[in-house]
Design a protein around this ligand. Structure first.
Ligand SMILES: [Zn+2]
Length: 107
């Protein structure tokens, strides 16, 4: 398994200056962009229905073989009625390491 499954990039709001793109297919710790050194150890895909809304949570467990860090990228997407790209409202990206989760951005 590789990191090809991950969304390419996400965006982070920067004050009043709009959004800044950042890559998801690189090590969040050391910035390693070599996809051969980023191992996808596990992927979980959970979907929940809440009335008209569909919440999909994808969790990617990634190991960077360069710096040895294992972390998770969690993508939480909200859809209306159907789980299709047109019906996607927003996806929030979180980063988790050692049980601590932080919000990274959206796409
Ligand atoms: Zn790394």
């Amino acid at each position: 398994m590789g990191v090809k499954d991950l969304p390419d990039k996400a965006y982070i709001p920067v004050g009043n200056r709009g959004m800044e793109a950042f890559k998801l297919r690189e090590c969040m710790k050391c910035g390693n962009e070599n996809e051969d050194e980023l191992e996808l150890l596990d992927k979980q895909d959970v979907t929940e229905k809440e009335g008209k809304n569909i919440l999909n949570i994808k969790t990617y467990k990634i190991k960077c073989t360069k710096c040895g860090t294992t972390y998770r990228i969690i993508v939480k997407s909200i859809y209306v009625d159907e789980q299709t790209e047109e019906n996607r409202l927003v996806s929030a990206v979180h980063y988790a390491e050692n049980g601590e989760e932080q919000w990274l951005g959206v796409f």
